[in-house]
Design a protein around this ligand. Structure first.
Ligand code: ATP
Ligand code: MG
Length: 395
């Protein structure tokens, strides 16, 4: 089976055979030169989309307005984009005008950073118009052209600079960094969906701490949606933490987090739960009951969050209890609700819930073993005492 890279080369060759120029471009070339493999392959070509559609059998018009089509080949897909320039950035968001061009250099000039404009041909020769190879060697993030102009055109690039720090562990070059500092307010004009998208990538990337440090050095965080305190902590933190714990931290210091950014309902709910769980963990410490109720994963996120705000970690205890819990759900009880109904002199249906809950407590704390006969005997006792209490109440 051919690799996506080999299939991509065959696309370049087909385009060339039809008289067009075509190169691998962008993140794929950068990452390949750094030794990472990715199947996310972008191709730049002098051919127009309609030419590309005529040449290949399976083509999806994914972004015709911007000159992009997706070419499908065997199991792989490729974004093939006509050389283009961009002008008239509306509201620092998206270019409101795209012009196709015959010049590769023109196309490369509109790209954000020198390391993102390298191109590779089908023989794996690399072309470098703006010093990207040197910057790869010295691990430098540098805009193509005047950084101020480039950030004025598109403020999302401010955050993209940090994203590549987070992904690659590179350093932002001085002029670029100064321009980020002077233009930091303009990020507020960018659509929040795009901001969250980049921010989330930063939080998931291996060098995120470097990125948060760079964010603080440029004071970018100060005007970034009230997240400055949380980001400062992330820049300083030496503990490991999950992205969900980081969002909990940001939410803790900025309760409007979910009003500003549209997270998925699920993420929002999880973060709010982790926050609530962290309070239980902080106030009461770890217990079998807490691990049973909240689950190991949720508690570990809560523990990560507490570590970030300097509370001692309960991680060992959480893991030890989770590993030793005899049951993890109420359904795992060897004596269930039906068994209660069928074998006990139950007076009120609501008592079943109370009995099962007590059985859970007794099993997870090791008072009784999770065996049918043992639990049945214990259930009798609980039921008796419930009815005893009720009699006492009446008299
Ligand atoms: P990743 O591997 O993280 O996807 P990437 O470099 O492929 O990184 P993309 O966001 O997929 O990043 O963009 C593909 C290419 O398009 C970039 O390498 C860059 O050349 C160009 N690009 C993307 N967004 C911008 C932008 N806002 N301004 C200028 N060029 C951009
Ligand atoms: Mg990409």
């Amino acid at each position: 089976m051919k690799t996506p890279f080999e299939l991509g080369k065959s696309i370049l060759q087909r385009l060339r055979a039809e008289g067009h120029e075509a190169f691998f471009v962008g993140g794929f070339v950068r990452d390949r030169l750094l030794g990472f493999s990715t199947d996310d392959i972008d191709i730049a070509t002098s051919a127009l989309s309609e030419d590309v559609e005529a040449i290949f059998e399976r083509v999806v018009p994914t972004g015709i307005r911007y000159g992009t089509v997706t070419v499908l080949m065997e199991h792989a897909s490729f974004e093939v984009t006509t050389y283009r320039t961009e002008s008239g950035y509306y509201d620092r968001r998206r270019p409101d005008q795209v012009t196709f061009t015959r010049s590769l250099e023109e196309d490369l000039k509109r790209r954000d950073f020198t390391i993102n404009q390298l191109v590779m041909d089908d023989k794996e020769n690399v072309l470098d118009h703006f010093g990207g190879l040197d910057d790869l060697k010295t691990k430098t993030i540098r805009t193509i052209g005047d950084p101020k102009e480039r950030f004025e055109e598109d403020a999302l690039r401010l955050l993209r600079a940090f994203r590549f720090v987070a992904k690659l562990g590179f350093t932002i070059e001085n002029n670029t960094s100064e321009a980020i500092k002077s233009h930091r307010n303009t990020i507020n004009d960018v659509a929040v969906e795009r901001i969250l998208d980049e921010f989330d990538k930063i939080l998931h990337a291996p060098y995120r701490k470097h990125a948060f440090e760079a964010i603080c050095e440029t004071q970018f965080h100060e005007t970034f949606f009230g997240l400055s305190k949380g980001i400062e902590i992330l820049a300083k933190s030496t503990t490991k933490y999950s992205p969900l714990a980081a969002y909990t931290l940001l939410f803790y210091y900025q309760p409007k987090l979910f009003d500003t950014f549209k997270f998925s309902k699920r993420t929002e709910k999880t973060v709010k739960t982790i926050y609530a769980v962290s309070k239980r963990l902080k106030d009461d410490g770890v217990s079998e009951r807490l691990v049973f109720d909240e689950g190991k994963e949720q508690l570990l996120h809560a523990d990560d969050f507490l570590k970030l705000i300097d509370f001692p970690s309960h991680e060992k205890a959480i893991r030890a209890i989770a590993a030793s819990l005899p049951i993890h759900t109420i359904n795992a009880l060897a004596f269930n609700g039906d068994d209660c109904l069928n074998t006990l002199p139950i007076k009120r249906n609501a008592d079943i819930g109370i009995i099962l809950n007590q059985l859970v407590e007794d099993v997870i704390t090791g008072k009784v073993s999770n065996q049918y006969e043992t639990l049945k005997a214990r259930a009798y006792e609980i039921n008796d005492s419930l009815q005893g209490v009720r009699k006492g109440e009446k008299s």
